[in-house]
Design a protein around this ligand. Structure first.
Ligand code: ADP
Ligand code: MG
Length: 240
C-alpha cells in the first residue's frame, strides 16, 4: 500500500541548508517486552539512494513503517519533509479495482485516469491501465506499485524488499527501472534488501541495522554502471 503522510515540516531559517529528507533521533520501538529499535539515529539527505541491510527480524520493516507514518507507536524524534511513499514486497493492490484506480487511490487529482496512465507509462505499462490486478505478473504488479508510489511525488521513497519475490531477469529489469525513475524524480530512496549485490548496484550508501541501531554506515558511491563482485560486498556480508 502506498501511503502519503504529512510529517512535521522543519522551519527553514535564512541561509539554512536544505533539510534532510528524513531525520530520526533516539527512535525506540518495542513490541511487548521486545525492544526492536533502540535509540536509532538516521539522516537521509535529499535525493540520496540508501540501502538498508540487516538480518531477518532486525527491525528493518519496523523502521520503514515508522518513517512511512504507518506506525505512530514509538518514542523519539522522527521528521520527514514532504510526501513519503512506500512499496512493499507484495504490491498489495486492491483486486476489485482496475490497475489505474489502484494507482490513484486516495490521490486528489482533476483527471485521475490520465494521471494514472501517465504514471503507468513511466513504468512501461501504459497498456494495462484497465487490467485487473490479479491478471498481472509479479513484475507487472511491482511496476504498478512503483507507479502508485510515484504519483504521490514523494520526497522520500521507501522500498521494503520490493524485488525479493521476483526472478533474476525481472529483478534486473526492475533495477534499471528504479534507477531511471530515481534519476528523473530524485526522491531520497531507502531500500531494504537482503541482497548485498543489489545494495551495491543501486545505492550510494549502505546501512546495516544491528541490535536496534544503525551499526554501519558505508558509502558505496562508485562509477555506474556497477560491476558484480565489488570488493565492498565482502565487507558488507561480514556484517550481516
Ligand atoms: P525485518 O524487517 O528486519 O525482518 P521486522 O521489523 O519485521 O524485521 O521485525 C523486527 C522484530 O519485531 C521481529 O522480532 C518481529 O517479530 C517484531 N515485530 C514486528 N512487527 C510486529 C508486530 N506488529 N507485533 C509484534 N511483533 C512485531
Ligand atoms: Mg522486513
Amino acid at each position: 500500500m502506498a501511503e502519503q503522510h504529512a510529517h512535521v515540516t522543519p522551519k527553514r531559517g535564512a541561509g539554512a541548508v536544505s533539510p534532510p529528507a528524513a531525520r530520526v533521533r533516539g527512535l525506540d520501538r518495542s513490541f511487548g517486552g521486545d525492544q526492536v529499535l533502540r535509540g536509532l539515529d538516521l539522516d537521509l539527505a535529499p535525493g540520496e539512494f540508501t540501502a538498508l541491510l540487516g538480518r531477518s527480524g532486525s527491525g528493518k520493516s519496523t523502521l520503514l513503517r515508522v518513517l512511512a507514518g504507518l506506525d505512530a507507536d514509538y518514542e523519539g524524534e522522527v521528521a520527514a519533509e514532504g510526501a513519503v511513499a512506500v512499496a512493499f514486497q507484495e504490491p498489495r493492490l486492491l483486486p476489485w479495482k482496475k490497475v489505474w484506480a489502484n494507482i490513484v487511490l486516495g490521490v486528489a487529482t482533476p483527471s485521475p485516469r490520465d494521471a494514472a496512465t501517465a504514471a503507468l507509462t513511466e513504468v512501461g505499462l501504459t497498456e494495462r491501465a484497465d487490467a485487473w490486478p490479479l491478471t498481472l505478473s509479479g513484475g507487472q504488479a511491482q511496476r504498478v506499485s512503483l507507479a502508485r508510489a510515484l504519483i504521490r511525488e514523494p520526497r522520500l521513497l521507501l522500498l521494503d524488499e520490493p524485488f525479493g519475490a521476483l526472478d533474476a531477469l525481472t529483478r534486473a529489469a526492475m533495477h534499471d527501472l528504479v534507477l531511471n525513475l530515481w534519476k528523473r524524480h530524485r526522491p531520497a530512496v531507502l531500500i531494504v534488501t537482503h541482497d548485498v549485490d543489489e545494495a551495491l548496484l543501486l545505492a550510494d550508501r549502505a546501512l546495516v541495522l544491528t541490535d536496534g541501531r544503525i551499526s554501519h554506515d558505508i558509502p558505496v558511491k562508485l562509477e555506474r554502471p556497477r560491476r558484480r563482485g565489488d570488493p565492498r560486498a565482502a565487507e558488507l556480508r561480514a556484517e550481516l
